[in-house]
Design a protein around this ligand. Structure first.
Ligand SMILES: Nc1ncnc2c1ncn2[C@@H]1O[C@H](COP(=O)(O)OP(=O)(O)OP(=O)(O)O)[C@@H](O)[C@H]1O
Length: 240
């Protein structure tokens, strides 16, 4: 089926080396990320979820194996192509938001455009970028906090700002590493519903890493990381 899987990884092996001892983490991971769905990668702490996410984001390279985005290999693509993939094709959000403390919410949303000068080419001019930033803050329900700095926002608001920043280039795919890991249960649920809504309304594919089975079960598709391998795909909402 064309485009059923927006992102695929096959035969991913990854070991770390510490004090000349090999620490195998991924031992042949295969994953097919279903387009337009919320895909959860669940596993206990230390099982290798973040390692896999970094490889999917091309922030790290596998020892062996392939990462394929929209049918094209991305793990061994040129540096320029990998940069474009990270900066435009996908959005990334993290547990601790990674906002710059001295910038307001809207400046944080615009920050990747300021730092990566080439990203300015994505917009015709600064005004267009600013309008897009305002629209994305509005999309995540944070426009009323546009001028607030991170210390003047709640955890949920900071994560909304990070989501708005990730949406700036209209990515196909959002990678989320424990997006609710630093939030209380209720705030976490509102962020999960926002991600769910974005997936359904914008046809955005979401890959969400979590150690929490309850969160994983709320996803459309769930994969479990165990002993360096990813268990077969299951429709999580049907799992007891
Ligand atoms: N740079 C490194 N050098 C050596 N070992 C590492 C390194 N980074 C991670 N590890 C080890 O690799 C394993 C997997 O780490 P990873 O962060 O991918 O797990 P995780 O499932 O995301 O865990 P958590 O849910 O606690 O964040 C862990 O046992 C960790 O100690």
């Amino acid at each position: 089926m064309k485009n059923e899987f927006v992102l695929q990884a096959c035969g991913i092996h990854k070991s770390y080396h510490k004090d000349r001892i090999e620490v195998p983490v991924l031992r042949g991971v295969d994953v097919n990320i279903t387009a337009g769905k919320v895909n959860a990668l669940v596993g206990r702490s230390g099982s290798g979820k973040s390692t896999l996410m970094h490889i999917l984001a091309t922030l790290d390279t596998p020892d062996t194996g392939e990462v394929i985005f929209q049918g094209q290999r991305i793990d061994n693509a040129s540096r320029a192509r990998r940069d474009a993939y990270r900066n435009r094709d996908i959005g990334i959000i993290f547990q601790f938001y990674h906002l710059l403390p001295e910038l307001s919410a809207i400046e944080n949303v615009l920050a990747p455009m300021m730092i990566g000068q080439s990203l300015w080419n994505y917009f015709r001019n600064r005004r267009e970028a600013r309008l897009r930033a305002e629209a994305m803050l509005d999309r995540v329900g944070l426009l009323h906090r546009a001028t607030h700095r991170p210390t003047e926002m709640s955890g949920g608001e900071m994560q909304r700002a990070a989501i708005a920043r990730a949406l700036m280039t209209d990515p196909k795919l959002l990678l989320a590493d424990e997006p609710t890991g630093n939030l209380d249960t209720d705030t976490g649920e509102t962020i999960l519903s926002l991600l769910d809504q974005l997936s359904r309304e914008e046809n955005l594919t979401i890959v969400m890493i979590t150690h929490d089975d309850a969160i994983a079960k709320s996803a459309d598709v769930c994969y479990r990381m165990q002993d360096g391998l990813l268990e077969t795909k299951k429709p999580s909402r049907n799992v007891a």
